[in-house]
Design a protein around this ligand. Structure first.
Ligand code: 6CS
Length: 316
């Protein structure tokens, strides 16, 4: 058997390395009877194309960012709320591993679209890059922010006073360089690896959100597998949760060091203080209510349950 596994990143980056490690483990466990083929971003299209491919059963597995199906599965937009999950990736990962709201209720929502998320994991805390140096909400005024395909992301940056534009990440370096967009958000490892810091003067450590990815399988394909194969996949996905946590941490630490030591581009690093973060929270928190009460098609009960689970983990 051969299973095809698309990712939204390149060799060396977290998502691709995840798929490659998954492939190695399956090969070993099945003595080569099952081959998993990982694909880099771009090999089979953009992030949006890849999501569609998985839904159509054109590939069996995908690492998928919820932001690219925000229009189709509105509940998945919960991951783009700012200052909702714990700032610490370790605590966020604990929520992702244990949450019933996500692993049962949200999973069912994705399954209506033939996407089965088997696991949710953090690629690290996201930072903002720009040329202006974002330190307070009003610094966003007049900026054009790059976002994924998620209406809620627009709402969030609207609240800060920015305009937004959806792009695949492959177009982002050029867009920043030509200043057709002014700012973007990503985990630090990705900013360094995609060289966005070369075309942006500043990086703000904002702790506004973790970047979340999902290990997904085509629902009908997965449901049609035998119990032994399902068990093999589930068990390997579960083992990979601690592996990917260490991998993203290693890459994010190294990425920050590399940006700091890159004397050619001399990126200014702004670490927001707790007081500055409180200003962003004031603007971002009403969007949580907006999400829960106004976004069409979402189940507010998932929001309430998840909020409680987050409070339990973060002790707040
Ligand atoms: O910014 C993006 O869209 C990309 N960022 C990451 C961390 N992974 C893939 C995604 O497409």
């Amino acid at each position: 058997q051969e299973w095809e596994f698309v990712t939204e990143e390149l060799k060396g980056q977290v998502q691709y390395e995840y798929a490659a490690e998954f492939a190695d483990r399956i090969k070993e466990k099945t003595n080569g009877k099952i081959t998993v083929t990982p694909y880099e971003y771009g090999a089979l299209g953009s992030e949006v194309d890849q999501a569609q491919l998985l839904q159509d059963g054109g590939v069996q597995m995908a690492v998928m960012s919820p932001g690219f199906t925000g229009g189709q599965v509105p509940d998945g937009q919960i991951f783009s709320l700012h200052y909702f999950f714990p700032a610490d990736p370790k605590l966020t990962q604990e929520v992702l591993n244990t949450s019933e709201a996500l692993n049962k209720d949200l999973r069912a929502k994705y399954e209506e679209h033939s996407i089965s998320p088997l696991a949710f994991w953090s690629e690290g805390s996201m930072a903002w890059t720009s040329n202006v140096g974002i330190e307070k909400p009003s610094d966003w005024e007049g900026l054009n922010m790059r976002v994924q395909e998620s209406p809620l992301m627009k709402k969030t940056y609207d609240a800060y006073g920015a305009s937004v534009q959806s792009l695949s990440w492959g177009e982002l370096y050029t867009a920043l360089d030509r200043e057709t967009v002014d700012a973007q958000e990503n985990p630090v490892f990705f900013i360094e690896s995609a060289s966005f810091h070369e075309v942006q003067d500043t990086l703000t450590i904002s702790r506004h959100n973790n970047y979340i990815a999902m290990t997904t399988v085509n629902t009908e394909w997965y449901n049609g597998l035998g119990d032994a194969e399902k068990q093999l996949i589930d068990e390997t996905v579960e083992e990979m949760q601690s592996w990917v946590f260490e991998e993203q941490k290693k890459q994010n630490d190294a990425g920050l060091e590399a940006i700091k030591n890159d004397s050619e581009y001399d990126t200014k690093i702004i670490e927001l203080t707790d007081e500055q973060i409180a200003e962003f929270k004031k603007v971002a928190e009403p969007v949580h209510e907006y999400y829960k009460n106004e976004v069409e098609g979402i189940d507010p009960a998932i929001y309430d349950k998840l909020k409680k689970e987050i409070e339990e983990v973060s002790g707040e």
